[in-house]
Design a binder for this molecule. Structure first.
Ligand SMILES: [Zn+2]
Length: 352
């Protein structure tokens, strides 16, 4: 059965700033992102009776803004943008939202947690990295070079990567139904990659706009960050797999990165086995206390640069916290001020 493997039925993709029709009134827009490994983001334009709904926006760069200006001038059939939905707060999705909402005089539609988090990060930006953030990174095992980089980077990245996050918004909630043109789109919330990520599902045609919740070829990043140092986002992500598994096997998935694909269940199965494999490797490694930094080679075969090490530590912590939640690991503070993880003696309970 074709839907049991990943296939890319369109066999092509739009270029940077180009618009490609996928189905009647449903268009795929691609924008560049200067992040190695991601390279571009997919955004979607949905034709409505009197206007257009846009899903996600791209980073706040001049290049992308110019590409949007061109698309607005040439692809909207004389109709305005009447609704902007951002799936989650990450800057490649939210980056141009403030500018687009201002330009079209519309409210940003987002879930509460995503809008709230984006707005918070925008407002808390500062020249200097707060001491509490430095303390977090040293307690999770960043080495001197990595800490120096965090300090020198300052605390302004989010603010520069997004246009001003609107100070009011239109709340989306799980289960909401949006009528856009002749389609009904249901909001399906998933968690783990971000706090309350909105996907859109058109049941009649079996189409899912999945944002970063379900991506082909890669697994969504799931990490621990200073704002919530003891969180368990991997549990939320794995629980969310159950929600998306209820969708039909022949769902056409429109992701935010890589290509439009069939094989939703195949990818969800892969996420389960990928994370279980990592969890089991960590359990094996933590028979003696290990920091998240110590655990990097357990999780990643390739050589990591400092930035990747930071992301890798965030990912490793998410896996350790999952195992703490299951009662299989415990967290100990080392004499060096770095958290260590050790099995609780229930190692035989390998993750299924
Ligand atoms: Zn994201």
């Amino acid at each position: 059965m074709i839907y049991d493997e990943i296939t890319y039925p369109l066999e092509t993709r739009p270029g940077d700033g180009e618009v490609m029709e996928i189905r009647d009134g449903l268009f795929w827009v691609r924008m560049p992102i200067p992040i190695p490994g991601l390279d571009y983001i997919n955004l979607y334009l949905i034709e409505d009776t009197d206007g257009w709904t846009l899903v996600d926006t791209g980073l706040n760069t001049k290049e992308i803004r110019d590409l949007w200006r061109h698309i607005f001038a040439t692809h909207l059939k004389g109709k305005p943008i009447t609704r902007l939905i951002c799936t989650h707060f990450h800057p490649d999705h939210l980056g141009q939202a403030g500018w687009i909402c201002h330009k079209w005089n519309i409210h940003l539609s987002m879930t509460f947690s995503e809008w709230n988090f984006g707005r918070m990060l925008y407002l808390e930006a500062a020249e200097e990295t707060p001491q509490a953030v430095m303390d977090h990174y040293s307690s999770v095992g960043f080495d001197e070079g990595m800490l120096k980089r965090v300090r020198e980077k300052g605390f302004n990245y989010f603010k520069t990567a997004v246009s001003p996050v609107p100070l009011s918004f239109n709340r989306l909630e799980d289960g909401d139904i949006l009528s856009i043109g002749n389609r009904k789109w249901q909001v399906v919330v998933g968690c783990g990659h971000s706090p309350e990520h909105a996907c859109l599902y058109a049941a009649e045609e079996g189409i899912l706009i999945s944002g970063d919740q379900v991506l082909p070829r890669i697994t969504p990043h799931i990490g621990i960050y200073p704002s919530e140092p003891f969180a368990n986002p991997l549990k939320k992500f794995i629980d969310s797999i159950d929600i998306f598994e209820k969708l039909p096997r022949d769902t056409l998935v429109l992701p935010a990165h890589n290509d439009v694909f069939f094989g939703l269940h195949n990818q969800l199965d892969y996420y389960r086995s990928h994370h279980n494999d990592r969890l089991n490797r960590l359990l094996m490694a933590c028979s003696s206390p290990q920091s998240a930094h110590d655990l990097l080679p357990v999780l990643f075969e390739r050589e990591l640069n400092d930035k990747d090490k930071g992301m890798g530590i965030a990912e490793g912590l998410a896996h350790c916290h999952y195992l703490i939640g299951e009662g299989l690991l415990e967290r100990l503070m080392g004499d060096d001020g770095v958290w260590k993880f050790r099995t609780t003696g229930e190692r035989h309970r390998a993750v299924a």
